[in-house]
Design a protein around this ligand. Sequence first.
Ligand code: AGP
Length: 602
Amino acid sequence: MCGIAGFVGAGDSLRQAVASLKRLEYRGYDSAGVAYSTGDELRIARCPGKVADLEALIAALPAASGPAIAHTRWATHGRPSEANAHPHGDCTGQLAVVHNGIIENHQAIRQTLLSAGHRIQSETDTEVISHLIEDELVGRRGASGLVEAVRAATQRLHGSFAVAVLWSGAPDVIVAARRDSPLIVGLGDAGAFVASDVPALVGWADRLSALQDGDVALVRGRSVTIWDADGKEREASMMPLTMSREAAEKQGFAHFMLKEIHEQPRAVKETCRGRIGSDGEVALEGLGDAVLELLRSGNVHFVACGTAYHAALIGKRLWDQALRRHADCTVSSEFRYDRPLIDDRTLVVLVSQSGETADTVAAARYARQLGARTLAVVNCMGTSLERETDAALITRAGPEIGVASTKAYSAQVAAMGLLAGQAGWADAGQALSALPDAIEKVLDNEAAIKAIASDLATSNCFFFLGRGHDAAVAAEAALKLKEISYIHAEAYPAGEMKHGPLALVEPGVAVVGLCTRPSTHDKIASNLMEVRARDGRVVTVVSDGLPIPEAATDVIVVPSVSEYMSPIVTMVAMQLLAYYVALARGCSIDQPRNLAKSVTVE
Ligand code: AGP
């Protein structure tokens, strides 16, 4: 996710756009920039780092009276750098574009533009938009010409975009367009705004309207004109802006964690975007031949910590069960002090949301010393882990603010599916494409899960039981509950309960049975009967279509999806369960005690 903010109106538009941008740093913050019009020319200021660094960069600049557009980046194509920071210009220096989204056909467009003589400066997908608009502006004039050029250019794009554009040929307007990435326009006493999200407008605009897919908007100092996907002018239908700033940053959710739980359909969809062909085949770019070859025929060893480790366990299962190839999976802090069987035929896959976890970064260095090739699966670009590995697969969950990882887990498991697909798992494309809708269905069941959680909040101990892939999910479900509700929770292979832990079952102990696997459904059902017979509370998570275990006191039905990707669907339900148990116990959900978002020490 990136943040876009633009302003045109009275006062210093340069600083207004950057002040609005600062409200969007939760959307991304590895580089920032601003383009502004001084009437007779267009200028761009941009830098790696946070919006504060951009504010320092422009501190000595005079006020700008013309329109300004600003951008804070969450890199997906091209490392964080000044050259890759937005806004991006064209060959004439008369145009500036900021963009949020992913242009899937950017490589093909780049080649066409280069062959036509365009000079492309950055590694980004975004810059091709600037040069396409440049071409479409030939023979066009003024604000209406810019609207036509933006429409024509964006119609050639595959993928998602929210763009805002400045042009010297129309020095008093901003033109904006969107497809599959959010973009809103706002009006206030001082002027008109364009932004990725509401927080950028709070305190300055008093009414707003969300652009729809295919819309192109012309934003002047006192007015917004919108043309729909068919090019017909439509009513802007402005709504009053009444939200507080804090509520706006959480998009109305009570906590960042709940917002991020609800962002999972998009996190999975964006992680897969442009990586699954129309034929359903996975095609990952930029991994390099050596990594691709080891994915297809080498030994694979997954390494990670915490939630990322639980996601990596799904990668191991895909290798063992779907690809029928051996794979190992080790916690980073164990891997780096062990003598793992690693050689030059091994690909070590290191999974990390932050890319800064000390144990995982050190494990990457150790793997290379042992002669392995290394691949990072990471949510943040430009991190230590990326610098220590041969290649990186970027999960596109966007910044994850809540300490308890949710959307990053889903994106990581989806990335495991993509890697397995690249390695030969034939069902990858179909399995991954079904996930966003399946996740939405679980989210639709939130109220029922909340009711179950409220009942369970007084439990003094939880067991999460599963078999097969559900045993790996049980580990993540137990972690989620522990880290935000502070209730002790254990994950156990369901068949192991009778070998000891059953002694702990008594009233007040809650047992959650994950029953999504048809092949062992009746086995776990009888394991749960052993618990129920000892007055344990039994909650079952069952795939749609499978029978409800007799022992269940509460049932959560989840959509039936590919067995290997069902951890994502089951975990959305378990994240909601953990969230509402913690909420009922009055815990600090986004910043749980004793924990940090990234553990950069051993
Ligand atoms: C997950 O909810 C925790 N916050 C923690 O286990 C986390 O997954 C672990 O520290 C690994 O972090 P990373 O993915 O940034 O490497």
